[in-house]
Design a protein around this ligand. Sequence first.
Ligand code: ADP
Ligand code: MG
Ligand code: MG
Length: 319
Amino acid sequence: MDPRNGISRIMEQETVAKKTKISYPAIGKGRYGAVYLGNLHGDNVAVKIFTSKEEASWSREVRIYQTVMLQHENILRFIAADNKDAGTCTELWLITEYHENGSLFNYLSDTTLNQEALFKIAYSICCGLAHLHTEMIGIRGKPAIAHRDIKSNNILVKKDGSCAIGDLGLAVCYYSKSNTIDIPSNERVGTRRYMPPEVIEDTLNMRSFDAFKNADIYSFGLVLWEVLSRSNITGTPDDYAPCFSEMVPHDPSIEEMRRVVVVGKRRPRLKKEWEIHPFISPICKIIRECWSDNNESRLPVLRVKKTLHSLLHSGDMKI
Ligand code: ADP
Ligand code: MG
Ligand code: MG
């Protein structure tokens, strides 16, 4: 993408951002800045505010959201970007569509899921990830994108119970024509709890874009497990707890994750009753093939999408 296009597009959006009023306190907090509920022409929007120290993260996330053809119902909708003079400092704003159900993490904490709700969440995340991962060739094509921080906090739940993938700040793009990955970064990034073995061990092949996509698939498998853990299909579910809660403390270190995931080869428990249920057991199989130790043997997202789609049909589910 020509960076000048990006900048001029940001300029056009400035007027939109200037008209946005935000309310306090923050509705969400992540690694960078905080997210506020905003009001733009009477509509709710979400405003993620970065400090000027975090400019690189802001401009990276904005640039990814502005990727041609990124728009998809299961990717958080970008509205505008702006920088605001806030007196003593400059605030960098990223405005997106607001989802009152909050993140999947928030949602699963107080909601249990029936079969249709479960499939709607699982299938919609899968569709969003498939859209990200798939390169579209042509003048108005899109690069393949790997997210690199798939987790329940970075997925929003829409009013109709389907999901949108957000927090694209760590994503990387791949262009097959030039066989290039846009930031050949050597750092280990992502959230430790959701890191696949090869990221924990720092052995991910940075030259292979498939390796980045397969790392996303591992994390997606963990998210699917979290979703399954809140289903009421085979009985009353346990309280929501993120994956590996029984095995590592809050904010685990790399070493703590390494002991569990790499050395112990442990994964969250798939319950016996799930394994014998006609619609849940195929999901258990998907999860196992997603969180496999071996980066290369994980399922491609389009394969997961196809399997979930055929399950939806065989179950005559309306989602
Ligand atoms: P960070 O990059 O700092 O992790 P995120 O984009 O993940 O920031 O946002 C942090 C939290 O803010 C999310 O986990 C979610 O709870 C909330 N949030 C983010 N975007 C939205 C949105 N569009 N609608 C509602 N809540 C949101
Ligand atoms: Mg986040
Ligand atoms: Mg982020």
